[in-house]
Design a protein around this ligand. Structure first.
Ligand code: FAD
Length: 417
């Protein structure tokens, strides 16, 4: 089977890239060893985060660092035995989080963040996936009045970005979200971010986009990227059914597993992993949850989703293949139950996902400089659902020789080589 482009990885990033290449007339095979959208794209919090104009940086305030060092916080946890292995990566992350470098990354990402909703909207319309989308934004809430005041000032400082948002006090919040009526005086207020959209089933959205790709003549192959071979005039991959896929160009969109290919090809890119969990809970008696709500102090999201209320956790630093650890999820659940009536969890074992992260908080989108026909598109960290379609567009524009809608230089892998 011959194709122009072989996209490795059918998560939101790979599927979006495949669609953008197909739109530009390329024949494309999309390959994954598992189900479409079955990786990190399966279990995220479903926020198409148009309002995240500043990426998640490494904290620099002494108080916050001390809090995390104690390792009993609910938003960030680390496995002590894993820490020595990731210290060099954390040090780079810290270095890139200085105000000036963070500003550089935020500016580089801004065109992609700005295009995030409109690029999704186009694919949502073409794939008939509007039933998976809610258009009510999301709400961040605060318990501590001082933290609420600081969040309010932070939100207002973003006014140059033209974001639509509303500062809400406790009463406004309860009016929007009666499910939290039992939280008494525990909440100080919040920010209602109005530009973002939310998804009720992120895997179903990725599958809807993949169905559009198939409908328009794209091919899906079940294959293990470990079997990729470099050939004289391109690349080849043996599929599960024994077919050999031959392609002039490949796109590595394997999310957290991208190292499998780039390391084999000799690229030393600092891809780190931030783990995160989710679990679904029944809706307790009373008002249903209407919006995705983020408890910013405890660091979890409650999202009304197709399978129930999905609670997603913040960051866990542990070996990617280490078994799931219930501590962080339990801490978040304890916090959540103080604010809202949650029913029983649906799953015994929580879902565990791996966020693919680069220390400068920017994904790698661009050509592998030492190989012909090698392209990278991975490392979207906390915002892969948000950025998938926009980064697919940026990649396809480069591959097809079009003028890119955003400056691709800050995403080039060369910055680490
Ligand atoms: C708890 C949590 C909450 C999150 N919430 C949000 C959110 O609200 N909004 C947001 O924008 N982002 C969110 N994210 C981040 C987002 O989910 C990721 O950035 C995004 O899913 C990454 O997509 P991807 O396509 O790069 O990777 P993946 O979805 O992991 O796709 C990679 C694909 O590669 C395949 N693959 C791996 N190895 C091989 C192999 N050897 N051969 C063939 N195929 C292989 C996998 O099967 C998989 O399908 C969250 C992440 C977590 C963990």
């Amino acid at each position: 089977m011959k194709t122009d482009v072989l996209v490795l990885g059918a998560g939101i990033v790979g599927v979006s890239a495949a669609l953008h290449l197909q739109e530009r007339g390329r024949s494309v095979v999309l390959a994954d060893r598992g189900e479409t959208g079955g990786g990190t794209s399966y279990g995220n919090a479903g926020l198409i985060e148009r309002s995240s104009v500043v990426p998640y940086a490494f904290p620099r305030e002494i108080g916050t660092l001390l809090k995390y060092a104690l390792n009993n916080a609910s938003d960030v946890r680390y496995e002590p035995t894993h820490l020595p292995r990731i210290l060099p990566w954390l040090a780079r992350y810290w270095w890139h989080s200085s105000p000036a470098r963070l500003d550089k990354s935020a500016r580089a990402l801004l065109p992609l963040v700005e295009a995030s909703v409109s690029e999704h909207d186009r694919l949502i319309e073409r794939s008939g996936a509007a039933h998976l989308i809610r258009e009510k934004g999301w709400i961040s809430v605060y318990k501590d009045p001082q933290k609420f005041a600081a969040a309010r000032a932070d939100a207002e400082s973003l006014s140059p970005f033209g974001l639509q948002m509303r500062i809400i006090d406790r009463e406004d919040f309860i009016a929007l979200e009666p499910a939290f009526a039992g939280s008494g005086e525990k909440l100080a207020g919040g920010v209602h971010w109005l530009d973002p959209k939310t998804v009720t089933d992120p895997q179903a959205l990725t599958k809807a986009y993949a169905d559009l790709f198939l409908y328009n003549g794209g091919i899906f192959a079940t294959a293990d990227a470990a079997d990729l071979r470099e050939e004289k005039n391109g690349w080849s991959l043996k599929s599960e059914t024994g077919d050999i896929i031959e392609a002039g160009e490949i796109v590595v969109a394997l999310g957290p597993q991208s190292g499998l290919v780039f390391r084999k090809l000799g690229y030393r890119l600092p891809l780190g992993i931030k783990r995160g969990y989710h679990r679904h809970y029944a809706q307790a008696e009373g008002a249903p949850l209407r919006h995705s709500v983020v408890d910013e102090e405890a660091g979890y999201v409650l999202a009304p989703m197709a399978r129930g209320i999905r609670l997603t956790t913040g960051i866990e630093f542990a070996a990617p293949d280490a078994p799931a650890n219930m501590i962080q999820l339990r801490r978040c659940e304890d916090h959540a139950r103080q604010l809202v009536a949650l029913g029983e969890p649906f799953e015994q074992t929580p879902w565990l996902g791996l966020r693919p992260c680069l220390p400068d908080m920017r994904p790698v989108i661009g050509p592998g400089p030492r190989h012909r026909g090698l392209w990278f598109n991975f490392g979207h960290a906390h915002h892969g659902l948000t950025l998938g379609p926009a980064s697919g567009r940026l990649l396809a524009e480069q591959m097809c020789g079009e003028a890119p809608f955003a400056d691709p230089a800050p995403f080039h892998p060369q910055r680490f080589l």
